[in-house]
Design a protein around this ligand. Structure first.
Ligand SMILES: *[C@@H]1O[C@H](CO)[C@@H](O)[C@H](O)[C@H]1NC(C)=O
Ligand SMILES: *[C@@H]1O[C@H](CO)[C@@H](O)[C@H](O)[C@H]1NC(C)=O
Ligand SMILES: *[C@@H]1O[C@H](CO)[C@@H](O)[C@H](O)[C@H]1NC(C)=O
Ligand SMILES: *[C@@H]1O[C@H](CO)[C@@H](O)[C@H](O)[C@H]1NC(C)=O
Length: 272
């Protein structure tokens, strides 16, 4: 039943996608279509794009499906499994400034766009830490952790106060002279907002990273970076689609897609 509903939803979205641009049409068999709205397969099947992401035909079912939600076998759609791998995130929507952009961590926020930075660090010369082994990309773990090796870990979460997609700073560690005051048996106190780690977000393996609400999209909202001059250095921060956030004017709907990667693509630490 879930799969039939998914196909019906795609069909309705296709009808609602009105054609107002001056874009050139292309032909698919005998039909013409706008390539920003549809993808043509095998010169026979047209499938709608959702948030600029292509859907694909499910042979034998006559319908189209999102490969970020389902797999298709012999005309039967199955939900993708829950994510088990570390993953990076990409944003998908209609606006070119963040289209297909990869989500970066800096200053406690996950953000996209030209001014979004990736802020990682690694202590040079610390025993057992090979800083060159990290890819220094923004990598998340399905359990709510960031892909880090810093003692005490870091966590990604949706801030319950405003819906922002954020990550926690690592716990502050007692430093003792030249060494540090911790070892493998040390237990770390919870960091602020750690209790929200991974809450209310479902992640599919190589599929959608969805906030669990009635509307499965996120908002990208233009925000001036901390310390930045208003009107410069803005970036798109990511917020959950709560009822309050729908009222914001400077936001656009996006979908986030998880791509499985090796944990070592991540960082030793993401900086606050
Ligand atoms: C696609 O189908 C149309 C109509 O049948 C045909 O005219 C056209 O040559 C086909 N194009 C390709 C690339 O096969
Ligand atoms: C493409 O079209 C051919 C001829 O109609 C058909 O045999 C084939 O199964 C189609 N392939 C796909 C992927 O739909
Ligand atoms: C580190 O320093 C603190 C305060 O100076 C001290 O209480 C603690 O015992 C030290 N830890 C170790 C492992 O030396
Ligand atoms: C770890 O540090 C604690 C003190 O913080 C110390 O009592 C313990 O012996 C240390 N363990 C190891 C294996 O070094």
């Amino acid at each position: 039943m879930a799969s039939i509903r998914a196909i019906a939803t795609l069909a309705i979205t296709a009808i609602l996608a009105t054609q107002t641009s001056a874009e050139e049409t292309e032909t698919c068999g005998v039909a013409s279509y706008f390539p920003t709205e549809y993808t043509c397969y095998n010169n026979t099947s047209l499938c709608p794009k959702i948030y600029s992401l292509s859907t694909v035909p499910c042979a034998g079912s006559g319908g189209c499906y999102s490969p970020h939600s389902f797999s298709c076998s012999d005309g039967v759609l199955r939900s993708l499994p829950k994510a088990s791998s570390p993953f990076t995130l990409t944003a998908h929507g209609v606006r070119a400034t963040y289209q297909d952009k990869y989500v970066k961590a800096c200053g406690g926020y996950l953000a996209i766009g030209a001014n979004a930075r990736e802020c990682t660090s690694c202590p040079k010369g610390q025993a057992g830490v090979d800083c060159a082994s990290y890819g220094r990309k923004t990598v998340l773990m399905p359990d709510g952790a960031m892909a880090v090796d810093v003692p005490g870990k870091q966590w990604w979460y949706v801030d319950p106060r405003d819906g922002a997609l954020r990550y926690t700073d690592a716990p502050t560690l007692p430093a003792n002279g030249t060494g540090v005051g911790w070892n493998a048996t040390t237990t770390f106190p919870p960091v602020q907002d750690q209790e929200f780690a991974g809450q209310r977000v479902s992640v599919l393996e190589n599929g959608f990273f969805d906030y669990e609400s009635s509307s499965h999209f996120w908002f990208a909202c233009l925000r001036t970076l901390t310390g930045g001059v208003v009107g410069t250095g803005r970036t798109w921060r990511i917020y959950s689609s709560s009822a309050a956030n729908v009222e914001w004017l400077d936001c656009e709907k996006i979908k986030l897609v998880a791509t499985a990667v090796d944990k070592k693509q991540g960082a030793y630490k993401y900086d606050e």
